[in-house]
Ligand binder design. Structure first.
Ligand code: ZN
Length: 75
């Protein structure tokens, strides 16, 4: 095992059951959202073609129901 690997470095997690809440103890930094599919904090990147922000890892849109749900963002 590589001790330098922490859970947030693991890419390509794609939860079949997305998180419904941010795990206790997790503090998001400015601009970060919790990705319920990657189970980690991510900064959603703007997709210039679609005009929405997306998780850079799993490409889920910020408009996804579960993304809104977990971040309590109902825009
Ligand atoms: Zn993601």
């Amino acid at each position: 095992m590589n001790k330098q690997t922490d859970m947030f470095d693991i890419i390509n997690i794609n939860n079949k059951n997305p998180d419904i809440s941010i795990p206790e103890g997790v503090k998001l930094k400015a601009k970060e959202l919790w990705c319920p599919y990657c189970s980690k904090p991510v900064i959603f990147k703007k997709d210039k073609d679609l005009g929405v922000r997306k998780c850079p890892y799993c490409k889920v849109s910020e408009r996804d129901y579960n993304v809104k749900q977990v971040n309590k963002r109902w825009l």
